[in-house]
Design a protein around this ligand. Sequence first.
Ligand SMILES: Nc1nc2c(ncn2[C@@H]2O[C@H](COP(=O)(O)OP(=O)(O)OP(=O)(O)O)[C@@H](O)[C@H]2O)c(=O)[nH]1
Ligand SMILES: [Mg+2]
Length: 594
Amino acid sequence: MLRQAGVFRSNQQVEERVMDSNPLERERGITILAKNTAVRWHGTKINIVDTPGHADFGGEVERILRMVDGVLILVDAAEGPMPQTRFVTRKALALGLQPIVAINKIDRADAEPLRVHDEVLGLFIDLEASHQQIDAAFLYTSSRHGTATPELEQPGSDLTPLFQTILDRVPPPSGDPTGPFQMLISTLDHSPFLGRLGIGRVERGVAKVGQSVAVLPLGEPGLVPEGEGEQSRITRLYTFDGLERIDVGEVPAGDICVVSGFEGIEIGKTLTDPERRERLAGIAVEEPTISVDVIVNNSPFAGREGKYVTSRQVKDRLYRELERNVALKVEETDSPDTHTVSGRGELHLGILMETMRREGYEFQVSRPRVITRVSDTGERLEPYEELTIDVAEVHMGAVMEKLGPRRAELTEMKNPGMGAVRLAFRIPSRGLFGYRSEFLTDTRGTGTLHHRFLDYGSWAGPLAGRKRGVLVADREGAVVAFALGNLQERAQMFVTPGEQVYEGMIVGENSRPGDMDVNVTKEKKLTNMRTTASDDNVQLEPPREISLEYGLEYIEEDELIEITPANVRLRKRMLAAVDRKRSARAAARIADAS
Ligand SMILES: Nc1nc2c(ncn2[C@@H]2O[C@H](COP(=O)(O)OP(=O)(O)OP(=O)(O)O)[C@@H](O)[C@H]2O)c(=O)[nH]1
Ligand SMILES: [Mg+2]
């Protein structure tokens, strides 16, 4: 759309997914933050907000939906609507927005656009779309080839049908440009020169540089008494144009703009004419589903690799994140070194941690806990996810056997042939903790697994946890190949020779239940006689890579992830082996007594 609307010069080299500008977005190939752009088509300006599709970033979608008058829903012509499509579509339909459906990637060899068309209609009906919404325009597109068509029999030659459908179907903004100024802030940004910036749509009147404006505090919609909130002047205004921001003098109702001049601006706040202090409804964001504790790093290696390590620094950073990450929550705990951070899923929290680590922060994280709710009838509820698994048929038995005790329910099974199956389950989020590593072992690393938040359902009762124990280093030192060579027969190692470890650090996975303290720094005894040269040449299996998100899914309650700019380590909360033994004995005594 950017290209065909003339945003780029004809010979300009443009990278793919040009709006996914943040480094983590480029690395992972997913959109994380919602972003604005705008194109012109035959004299009409079309503001476009690109949002993430993944349900974990649902807060990004919720906060921008108030800026738009319609939605373009992109569905893959082979995969059909995914669980995350359901989430964002439900949000948009509930706000009464008129959808346009683009069934994209029709160039794929395995595309089945007609089947997907039916699936999308089914989804709309399921989500209780209005008659008008069900009557949505459907287009078949290939963004790779830059084509759109309303009829599959007549292949499109460009995106004209898409632009035309947007002009025909999306109503122009309804705000009255002659009324008193009013605007809702949907996004925050920051400029080194101008400080805090607010992004949103002018709902009424005109925003003008130099104009005096009231920033109303958050609260119920309606008139706000004099004296509440702050008053300040608009110092700069920008509108969107392609990938640029254009410095302008004024912005009329209906257009989306960036304003500067207000330090107290927050997402969901209303800016108004000081003479007409009328607050708009704020931005409704769903509650988080999982929490972790973020703890100051107190491992023996604390402070070695990070720039920001103190409790104050970590706390300030977490609170700063709240300003723009609207679905996140941060709470204090009894300990000043620990904050509870809650979000929409492991990916939501994982991305925050990955970002902090790249900025130079060092900290520790606990095992995630699900956030339970109570239903209207007083029943305890917990979050459920949709789990999609692709495996070879031969591994299906192992997968089913493990997922049963984790309370997964098979919802769909497809057999596209060639010995592979696709399985879909509904499973409590808790049931997934620790499953990924088992899955990889059971499928010899050949299976793929995806999961997404679905909804809240009945509490599933006690669930099985991680099946295997871990290997724990029993002393500090550098890892030696010889020691790994001896251990790898009964374990999958996480460390490589030369790496520094400390007592209480997790260095591998036991092939059986139960933890084991091991010495990974043990050198081979030196003898006078060398028997064979091969003794020094141990063949090591490659270690398991421990990523941050892997760690979140893997660890148990008595373990932590230590996150630094250079490393992700797993550790026991209690580092000294003697302490762990004593506490295990005490726990056993209590269990015996009861
Ligand atoms: N074959 C084919 N591939 C496409 C087409 N459009 C996009 N892709 C590919 O699909 C992949 C995902 O594209 P994205 O633009 O990141 O998808 P998205 O929906 O924005 O993803 P999220 O923002 O993470 O939800 C990329 O590798 C694209 O190259 C198409 O028309 N045909
Ligand atoms: Mg995207």
